[in-house]
Design a protein around this ligand. Structure first.
Ligand code: CXF
Ligand code: ZN
Length: 384
């Protein structure tokens, strides 16, 4: 069938909204009509080259390029057709996508760590998870990859059934999309990984679509002080609406503030979620947490970045934890319905995360709005 998708042909280019050819779902796959897709910063990392190098560089290294690629890994939709052997969803079902698939059989899935499913490793390899071939093709017949094996910036997607989570049909499609990346990642970074407890002092560095949910995770978990750190005034102001009790414009400013708030003991935990994590942020983050505290690195860094500024002495002598987190360290199939239940109960603000909605054709405007700090979350809404 023919459908329309936003394709990135290489690093540094605009998203190109074009008609593409989509094959029917093969065994283990599902055709989905996309209803909403969040504009996450990780797709912007494709544009900047932080997540995947340009085709010319990959070719020089003898590796397959990620480009051209259909963007989008946060989304929701309705199942239209299922391939052979698919049993957990059927036509008409409403679904949330999962940027980490869950096979249910690997060591990680079967021991409560679905966010580490072995299929997730294939995210950076072109082709379908099911058999490595392609279902998406450009009008001139080129194979197209899909971001995180999803490609939610398209009117229709064919994905592995392992990448879909069935949700209640009366839920609106925008929140169902939001919980599939930003909300689960931010909320879980605070609640699951940093282990925020009632009365804690929590610092969240970077208050975009991920950090804002770390702020509300800390609020729900009962933190006493939530310090939101962001250079942008609009984001600091918004953070207050999501539960931040204090704000700072920089890590440096946060150091003085947290010292005062805690009588010099420093924060119990911290979530690092700026647009791009760089190695020079690690030591200031570690300095902001108390003895025995936890700093969680959630934001993406450049895929090749290895240099970190860190006092190993302080890390060891003060018994501090520096932790990484993917998908908020939760299980997609448990977290997505759980977060949606909290939304229905009025405990999670999801509608308030959306600054503006866009049509698929307006995607470049949406990303420009992200770059100029106009959005907490921009969302593409698809017509019926
Ligand atoms: C990303 C991690 C890299 C693959 C796409 C999703 N996580 C959140 O945005
Ligand atoms: Zn994302």
């Amino acid at each position: 069938m023919k459908t329309r998708a936003a394709v990135l042909h290489d690093v540094g280019q605009d998203w190109s909204v074009e008609e593409i050819e989509l094959d029917p779902p093969k065994a283990g796959e599902v055709l989905v009509k996309t209803k909403a897709a969040g504009l996450c910063h990780s797709d912007e990392h494709l544009v900047t080259g932080d997540l995947a190098p340009p085709t010319a560089v990959m070719e020089e290294m003898g590796l397959p390029s990620m480009f051209p690629i259909i963007g989008g890994h946060e989304g929701s939709g309705v199942v239209l057709e299922v391939g052979e052997g698919v049993t957990h969803v059927q036509p008409g079902d409403h679904v949330s996508v999962s940027f980490i698939p869950s096979c249910g059989r690997c060591r990680w899935c079967s021991s409560g760590m679905q966010n580490l499913c072995d299929l997730g490793a294939q995210t950076m390899v072109p082709g379908m998870i099911t058999d490595g071939t392609f279902r998406h093709h450009s009008a001139d017949g080129k194979d197209l990859g899909t971001m995180a094996k999803l490609g939610t910036f398209a009117e229709h997607m064919v994905v592995s059934a392992d990448s879909l989570i069935k949700v209640e049909p009366d839920l609106p499609f925008i929140p169902v999309a939001l919980v599939s990346c930003g909300v689960a990642t931010g909320f879980g970074s605070a609640v699951n990984r940093a282990g925020v407890k009632p009365g804690d002092t929590t610092v969240v560095v970077g208050c975009g679509g991920i950090g804002m949910n770390a702020v509300q995770g800390a609020r729900v978990a009962g933190a006493k002080h939530i310090v939101a750190v962001d250079p942008d005034e609009f984001k600091r102001e918004k953070a207050g609406e999501f539960g931040a009790t204090h704000t700072a414009a920089s890590l440096e400013e946060a150091l003085g503030l947290v010292t005062d708030l805690t009588w010099g003991q420093m924060a119990d935990n911290l979530v690092l979620s700026p647009g791009l994590v760089t190695g020079d942020m690690i030591q200031p983050a570690i300095q902001l947490i108390r003895k025995g505290g936890t700093a969680v690195v959630t934001g993406l860094s450049n895929v090749f970045a290895e240099d970190v500024k860190l006092s190993l002495f302080e890390l060891a002598m003060q018994n501090k934890t520096l932790a990484g987190s993917i998908f908020g360290s939760g299980n997609p199939r448990a977290e997505v319905p759980h977060l949606l239940k909290m939304y229905q109960a009025g405990q999670l603000k999801l509608d308030e995360l959306v600054t503006r909605t866009y049509t698929l054709d307006e995607i470049n405007q949406g990303y420009e709005d992200m770059r100029t700090n106009k959005n907490i979350r921009g969302v593409i809404v698809f017509e019926d």
